[in-house]
Each structure stands twice: as C-alpha cells, then as structure tokens.
Design a protein around this ligand. Structure first.
Ligand SMILES: Cc1cc2nc3c(=O)[nH]c(=O)nc-3n(C[C@H](O)[C@H](O)[C@H](O)COP(=O)(O)OP(=O)(O)OC[C@H]3O[C@@H](n4cnc5c(N)ncnc54)[C@H](O)[C@@H]3O)c2cc1C
Length: 496
C-alpha cells in the first residue's frame, strides 16, 4: 500500500497548483495528480513551427506594484524567474465595433479621459458607472484581499450587466464601449451578472500585462515550488473513481489502476466531471444533479499562426473586432454568420520584440458545431472534421485580413484548436472557455461552494466563483483557507 497524503489534488490547473502551493507551504503533505502529460490546464502552452503558443492565459490584469494580482503572484514567487510585459498604457486593447475604432487605456484616470473624449458631456454616466463598479468590487471583499465576513450586496449580485449598462445611458455606442471587454467573460445579455463585468473590466483597466514567453512557466514554477516544499506532482494520472471509508473518501483510483490515499481531496476538475468520480449513493442526488446540470460558458475556436518574418510588428495590445454594433457576441451568436468577432494578438517572445512572426486569432464557438464528432479522439477524427475546421479557419482569417491586409499571403504555418481540443485537454464536457456560466437570475442554484456534500471532498478553480487568473487565484485562497485559516492566509499575502 502506498503512502497516505494529507491532501490529494486532482488536476493541475492554476487553482489546483495554487492550492497545492499554499497547503505545502503550511506543512501539509500534498500529492497532485494530473491527467495530461503537461501541467497547468488552460495555462498550458505548446510549441509549433518555432512559436510558443499559450492556450488560455494571454494577458493578466492588476499586476502593477501594490495591485491585487501582484500581491498574489509575489506570494507564489511568480516574479522570481518569470518576466511580464506591460501592455500599452494608452490602449492595451484596441476595439473596432462595427467599423469604429476605440482604445482602452490603462488606469481609471486615463480611461475616464478617453471615455469623455469619445463621449463628451457624459461625465455623469462615467461617474455613475465608476461608482457601481466600485460598489460591485466592495461587495466582494476578497477581491481586494480582505476577509469576506458579513459582506454582501445581494441587490448588485442579482443585477444583470447588460441591464445595468442600459440604465446608465440610452446610447448604444457608449454602452458598447463600456462593455467592450466582453470576450474576457463571454458575457450574455440575459445572464451575466454586473459584478462579473465589474470585476473583470476593472481588473484589466487597473493594469494589463503579458507573460513574456509561454504561460506554462506559471504552472512549472508552482509545481517546482510544491516539490521543493516536499509535495509530489504526478502527471499522466487520470482520476477515474473514488474509494470510500464510511461517509468519507479514502482513496482515488486512476486510469492506470493505481490507488492513492489521503485524508482530504480537492478537485480542480469541473464539478460536473467531479461527480463522475463519485459512485451512486455516495452523494446526495439533488446535489449531483445540480452540479451536472450547470450551464457552461461558450467554447472557443483558435487559429495559431506562423507568419513570414518582417510582416507584422509586435503589437503591445490586443485587437478585437465586432462586426455588429453590439459587443455581446454570445447573445447573438449565429453559426451561419460566424465569425462576427475576433480577438487578435501577438505573444511576446522577449521583453523587447519589435516584430512578431507568431500570432493567435480567437473567437467564440458553440460546442454544438462539433458535437457530431464528439465520440472521436484527436487521433481518429473523421477527415470531414479536418475539412470543416480548415474552412472555419479560412473564414476567420478572411475577417482578420480586412483589418491586417496581407495576412493571408504571409501565413507560413497554421494550427487550429476547436471546442473539441479544449474539451480533450481540460477534461470538461463541452470545451467551455471559462467553466460554468454565472447567471444573475439563478444566484442560489448557480452557487458552487468549495465544500461538497462529502465531508473530505473540496472543490477549487474557475467554477467556484470567477474564471481567469483573478477568479481562480481567489478560489484557491478560499479552498485552502479552509485548512490554514483564510484570515491568516490573507495577512500572509498582503504582507508578501
Ligand atoms: C481560450 C481561453 C483564453 C483565456 N484567456 C485568459 C486570459 O487572457 N487571462 C486570464 O486570466 N484567463 C484566461 N482564460 C481563463 C483561464 O485560463 C482559466 O480560468 C483558468 O486557467 C482555469 O484554471 P482552473 O484552476 O479552473 O483549472 P483548469 O485550467 O480548468 O484545469 C483543470 C485541470 O484538471 C485536469 N483534469 C481534468 N480531469 C482530470 C482527471 N480526471 N484527473 C486528473 N486531472 C484532470 C485537466 O487536465 C486540467 O489540467 C482563458 C481561457 C481560455 C479557454
């Protein structure tokens, strides 16, 4: 019988790794099990035709000295060997909405000035917007690294982002501008709570940075630290089922038949897929049903490009385009008209790149479009799938060409990811970009606690509250705070 651990963490996404780090740092004996050969979940990067592409961590917000992610990354020693490149202050994001181009400047002061240049005479709209943004942030004390005790603003939690913005201004262009970072939370008019819009938008406006090189440096650094602190990280070990002792989990079995024992288990796997590890009768049926039924955010389609040398300058900003005069793309998504949006960026290879021969184009895509091939694996997909995906990539490139003329002729190599690629890498059921959808209409049934109905099984990661480096880091604090004391942990982070 092998060793018994204090904690086994299933999945090495950012939330799993950060939980593993915190618990190891506090003296617990931790084992991490990851199904893939590469660690990191959507922090993963891959190398093709001389380019390093990050799959799901293209930029980070609030990383400036004194800001929230800066404090968190300092605690995890993620500045020691990793460099970050500050994006353009006067426009970290350039957004073309139905032919009109806007800049998103960094810092609320600059943002306000720019907003008033685009929409003169709208001081009151901005002030009211800024007030609501801060109220939403204050309502979630943890987002300012304060203890969440007695903190709630249910009214705001239950307000829809689209409706709140609509109440601020009758002008669609003003509202589009304020919601132009929609792709960062793939917001839906009928569902996305205002607080999700507020936290994500403010997080990037405060400051935006890119990791220099691949984003999986973050995963490697965290895994290395866990090992240095005595923990163990094992890849190619897919958890398939739990074993029990009375009402608790005693061990987890992997696809190779290995069995690992622990006192506590933390799942970084999507809650719906975590349920698949639990046999019938071991967890309340209603709870299982709720976890299994949760709706997810839309998936994505990405084209990774190698371009001819010298064609493209390194862009120190993201470029986005919305074909319609409406930035809420998931709400009017239409397969027949796809694509009506793209997000284009050039990943930095060094701190001082002036040209870029690698680029990525991303947009939203519904899983239904690939459903007919869902029973295949990467190795045995139908030739029809490959034809379909090439056609989709062409359509997307055609749209980008209108904004970057000459792109088509300068492509040397191309690699394509579809919702099936994401599904298979991350191990969720539909390749969802950001995990379960937050829905202001169903705040209670939509709530996912870090505690489950099994006393020694806990959850962490993007499905708890919010996705992205911000939301996931906080999920790791909540989950591991259960064992090391959240107050103490926040103190450590604030003093790191
Ligand atoms: C296209 C895209 C772009 C994005 N861009 C950004 C961005 O620019 N900035 C930002 O902050 N965020 C971005 N995100 C979101 C961000 O990447 C995620 O929210 C975050 O990384 C999710 O972390 P997580 O801890 O929830 O784990 P996940 O990344 O979901 O990882 C879960 C892990 O569990 C493993 N696993 C699954 N099943 C099993 C099993 N049975 N046994 C063992 N292991 C298992 C998986 O292999 C995976 O490693 C993006 C996401 C996508 C998809």
């Amino acid at each position: 019988m092998n060793e018994k651990y204090d904690f086994i963490i299933l999945g090495s996404g950012l939330g799993g790794l950060q939980s593993g780090y915190i618990l190891s740092k506090h003296g617990f004996n931790v084992l991490m099990l990851e199904k893939n050969s590469k660690l990191g979940g959507t922090l993963q990067s891959f190398r093709r035709f001389g380019c390093n592409f990050s799959t799901g961590m293209h930029y980070l917000g609030s990383l400036e000295e004194g800001q929230m992610l800066n404090k968190i990354f300092r605690y995890f020693h993620l500045f020691d060997e990793i460099s970050y490149k500050r994006m353009d202050d006067d426009g970290f994001e350039i957004i073309n909405i139905a032919g009109k181009t806007y800049k998103y400047p960094m810092g609320w002061e600059r943002f306000k000035k720019q907003f008033l240049e685009y929409f003169p005479g709208n001081e009151d709209v901005f002030e009211r917007y800024y007030y609501l943004i801060n109220r939403a942030i204050d309502a979630q004390a943890l987002y300012s690294l304060n203890h969440p005790e007695g903190n709630s603003d249910l009214g705001l939690l239950m307000s829809g982002a689209y409706e709140v913005l609509k109440s601020l201004s009758p002008d669609i262009e003003t509202r589009n501008y304020l919601a132009a970072l929609n792709f960062d939370y793939v917001g839906e008019k009928e569902k996305t709570p205002f607080y999700v819009h507020a936290l994500v938008t403010s997080y990037f406006i405060k400051s935006s940075y890119r990791v220099v090189g691949e984003s999986d440096q973050l995963a490697k650094s965290l895994a290395g630290s866990i090992e240095k602190m005595g923990g163990k990280v094992i890849n190619r070990q897919k958890a398939v089922k739990f074993q029990y002792h009375d009402d608790k989990i005693a061990a987890v079995e992997t696809h190779t038949g290995d069995v690992y024992r622990a006192d506590n288990f933390i799942s970084n796997i999507h809650p719906a897929n975590t349920m698949d590890l639990i046999e019938e009768g071991k967890i309340k049926r209603l709870y299982r049903k709720r976890m299994k039924k949760m709706e997810n955010t839309i998936s994505s389609f990405t084209v990774h490009l190698r371009l001819k040398d010298g064609f493209l300058k390194y862009l120190n900003h993201n470029y986005q385009y919305f074909k319609q005069n409406d930035v809420w793309y998931p709400s009017y998504y239409d397969e027949k008209k796809w694509p009506e949006h793209f997000f284009f960026h050039t990943p930095p290879i060094t701190e001082n790149d002036d040209s870029s021969s690698c680029a990525q184009i991303m947009t939203a895509m519904k899983y239904e479009e690939v459903k007919r091939w869902e029973n295949s694996t990467k190795r045995d997909r139908d030739p029809e799938y490959h034809i379909w995906k090439e056609e989709k990539a062409r359509k997307l490139i055609d749209l980008v060409e209108e904004h970057f003329p000459g792109l088509q002729d300068n492509i040397e190599d191309m690699n394509i990811s579809t919702p099936l690629s994401f599904r298979d890498y991350i191990g969720n059921s539909d390749g969802s970009m950001y995990g379960r959808i937050s829905d202001f209409n169903n705040v209670v049934s939509n709530y996912v606690s870090h505690k489950t109905k099994i006393p020694n099984l806990f959850l962490t990661g993007q499905n708890l509250n919010l996705h992205g480096a911000l939301g996931v880091s906080l999920s790791a604090l909540i989950t591991s705070g259960e064992f090391v004391g959240l107050k103490k942990l926040l103190e450590e982070i604030n003093n790191a």
